[in-house]
Design a protein around this ligand. Structure first.
Ligand SMILES: [Zn+2]
Length: 97
């Protein structure tokens, strides 16, 4: 199950998760997924890097308490048409709740 594409129908399922290896056809899909997921999980993140090959978000509270929440998407090596989640650290160490 490594080729799951999240689309508008996918979000209808409450149980979907972000995971390493997750693929998106366009970066806007990924941004949307991250936004929706963070709302669901009560994570506040900000974009720390956005280039044509990489898109990285970190916890907004990182500066104050070194929270390691992070997600990184990279252009797929095998197929440049796709963006793949290459790093996902879902553990929040900040006290956002
Ligand atoms: Zn955090």
């Amino acid at each position: 199950m490594s080729n799951v594409f999240i689309d508008s129908e996918g979000f209808a399922n409450e149980d979907w998760e972000l995971y390493v290896g997750m693929q998106f056809q366009i970066i806007d899909e990924a941004k949307d997924a991250i936004k929706k997921y963070n709302l669901k999980k009560d994570v506040q993140c900000k974009v720390t890097k956005a280039t044509s090959k990489k898109y990285v978000c970190g916890c907004s509270h990182k500066a104050e308490n070194e929270c390691n929440w992070k997600i990184r998407l990279s252009k797929s090596i095998r197929n440049v048409m796709f963006w793949v989640v290459s790093i996902y650290n879902e553990t929040q160490t900040c006290s956002s709740n």
